[in-house]
Design a protein around this ligand. Structure first.
Ligand SMILES: [Zn+2]
Length: 302
């Protein structure tokens, strides 16, 4: 959590900015002003970044781009860094990218999002963008790891399957053994893929639910409390209560609320309101806090 304020920073909260580390991907979401310096406190360097995802071009979600992009060149980052943002904001991106003079060495792989449900294949799974409801074109993102398969050693042993035969069984889905066919399902369990979702700046809409569905970790804006529900709907934002109900209905495991309006002095109020609806792990984000992906769900037979 690089920053957790909405609109204007406070003494305790920087503008937005979120880093996701997942195997060989290090994704920076919505870098607001000050993200570069906040990142310094996390031990993640510009060279670690593989990807930048921007939900929309309101300033608190993107005014950190010029500094971050120039930093990639300053540090001579040797690999291309992918950048995703709503295609309708391409002019804003072009200006932010070249907001001031710098010696450009780093390579950006620019892949704008122009379709609801657009998918990008990564080594760790699929990055999917869904349209959200906000006064400007906005997309949320989720990262979905494919389901895997975990072999059960005791079952393999019972069938006497050893060595290269295990690899053949895994690859072909079955193995012929002394006139009997053993299927992969008989000797393995499904290892559920993990899911991360990032939902910023939106009123309640189908896209919110599509992104949150079965997320192990959901980072979602809760700018307002229910007492300001009418205002939230008018300006395209969520309340803590709404975000928590989405999480509960979508089977979310760890819920992270962020993007708080500076009108509320006590963050406990977000916790208390969300707790009325959501019983899972609940985090009211603080700047520079690290939140772990929860351990994998228990594998199911077959
Ligand atoms: Zn916004």
């Amino acid at each position: 959590m690089l920053g957790t304020a909405s609109q204007a920073p406070t003494r305790q909260r920087n503008h937005n900015g979120y880093l996701l580390r997942w195997d060989d991907e290090v994704i920076l979401f919505d870098p607001g002003e000050g993200s570069q310096r906040q990142m310094l406190h996390t031990g993640v360097t510009a060279t670690d970044l593989t990807r930048i995802c921007v939900t929309h071009f309101h300033g608190d979600h993107c005014l950190g781009l010029p500094g971050m992009i120039q930093r990639l060149s300053l540090d001579r980052v040797p690999h291309p860094v992918a950048v995703h943002f709503p295609a309708g904001g391409a002019d804003y991106f072009a200006r932010l990218r070249h907001a001031s003079s710098f010696y450009e060495t780093a390579e950006l792989a620019v892949e704008p999002i122009d379709t609801d449900g657009q998918r990008i294949t990564l080594g760790i799974g699929t990055l999917e963008a869904r349209r959200l409801r906000h006064p400007v074109e906005t997309y949320g993102y989720r990262l979905v790891e494919p389901d895997g398969c975990r072999m059960l050693p005791e079952r393999l042993a019972a069938y006497g399957i050893v060595g290269p035969a295990v690899g053949r069984l895994l690859r072909d889905g079955h193995l012929d053994l002394d006139g009997r066919r053993v299927s992969r399902d008989e000797v393995s369990v499904t290892r559920p893929g993990q899911r991360f979702a990032f939902v910023m700046d939106t009123g309640l809409c189908d896209g919110v639910y599509a992104l949150a569905e079965h997320a192990d970790l959901l980072v979602i804006e809760s700018t307002f409390l229910e007492s300001e529900a009418a205002l939230a709907a008018e300006v395209g934002h969520l309340t803590a209560g709404q975000a928590a109900r989405v999480a509960a209905e979508s089977g979310v495991r760890t819920l992270v609320l962020t993007h708080f309006s500076q009108r509320y002095a006590d963050p406990r109020r977000f916790h208390d309101e969300a707790r009325e609806h959501f019983t899972g792990d609940l985090v009211i984000a603080e700047d520079l806090q690290t939140v772990q992906m929860p351990p994998r769900r228990v594998p199911s037979p077959g």
